[in-house]
Design a protein around this ligand. Structure first.
Ligand SMILES: Cc1cc2nc3c(=O)[nH]c(=O)nc-3n(C[C@H](O)[C@H](O)[C@H](O)COP(=O)(O)OP(=O)(O)OC[C@H]3O[C@@H](n4cnc5c(N)ncnc54)[C@H](O)[C@@H]3O)c2cc1C
Length: 250
């Protein structure tokens, strides 16, 4: 690994200032579970590493029935899995986060790092898109909020702009869904990355009117069967699609 300078800012503003000052030379680090692997493989060689780990409150999770769930980007997978409000009001997220890797990774990896890595093999993005999550990004120049769905551009490519930090993920409180599921296909071991993952939320009223189903899924390559119905599946790893109305839900 090459030598690098390491900074531990105490606020998001300070972190943004470091990013602005060191521009292309700097890389953020949160849990380090992805970045350090890339650095060890010499795929990334930042001269400056800016840690988000010492920013007070950057890992907090809060819930309000009107506002929904607000997860700061530094929250670890395990924090989200164990949060009582997540378990009670967002069972799809509980189900998703408890299946991310294994406890050692869940105790280090953050939601911000997971989303910003843009890795199509990871789990939370699909479920968060299915729940209509939006994210807030900030830099020393501006702050913006956008639907998470728009953040994923392609494999390992996100809409993260130079100098930006993902600070928060907001998940609206869902109207009681008719059903939900997160399924990952693991060809080898339980803690491996999934080859295919699908998150699904079914919404609608009891009479069957205005029902819609919203699915988010990602796959490096799905070639056969019913999946062909989604023509852009091969080139776009993250997407949401409207499915036909549901007539029979048990
Ligand atoms: C053995 C193993 C198994 C795994 N299995 C799974 C799995 O089953 N499911 C799954 O979903 N994931 C899995 N992962 C991936 C893991 O979830 C991610 O590595 C982790 O979430 C990344 O978070 P981090 O905080 O460690 O990110 P880091 O490694 O610190 O950062 C990753 C990238 O994001 C950038 N970044 C970090 N935080 C921010 C921010 N707030 N704003 C802007 N940019 C930021 C960094 O600059 C870097 O480019 C696995 C990883 C390993 C090593």
């Amino acid at each position: 690994m090459v030598k690098f300078d390491y900074f531990e800012p105490k606020s998001v503003e300070q972190a943004c200032a470091f990013l602005e000052r060191h521009a292309d030379e700097a890389k953020l680090i949160a849990g380090g579970t992805a970045l350090l692997i890339w650095m060890r493989m010499m795929l990334l060689n930042p001269h400056v590493v800016v840690s988000l780990a010492r920013i007070p409150g950057f890992d907090s999770i809060s819930f309000d029935p009107k506002d929904g769930l607000r997860i700061k980007a530094g929250a670890r997978h395990r924090d989200i899995e164990l949060d009582p409000a997540v378990r009670e009001h967002y069972p799809l997220l509980y189900e998703t986060f408890r299946k991310v890797a294994q406890p050692r990774i869940r105790n280090m990896g953050t939601i911000g790092g997971n989303l910003c890595q843009g890795d199509p093999l990871t789990d939370p993005g699909a479920s968060l898109i299915a729940m209509d999550a939006e994210i807030t990004l900030t830099s020393s120049k501006a702050k913006r909020t956008l639907p998470l769905e728009k953040f994923f551009v392609d494999y390992y490519q996100t809409d993260l702009r130079p100098g930006e930090i993902l600070i928060e993920i907001r998940v609206p409180l869902p109207a009681r869904p008719l059903g939900w599921a997160h399924i990952k296909f693991l060809p080898r071991s339980q803690e491996d990355f999934a080859t295919v993952g699908v998150a699904l939320v079914l919404r609608g009223n009891a009479l069957g009117k205005r029902r819609r189903s919203c699915a988010a899924k990602r796959s490096p390559m799905i070639e056969s069967g019913r999946w062909r119905r989604w023509p852009r599946m091969k080139s776009i790893p993250w997407m949401t699609t409207a499915a036909p109305p549901i007539t029979n839900v048990t």
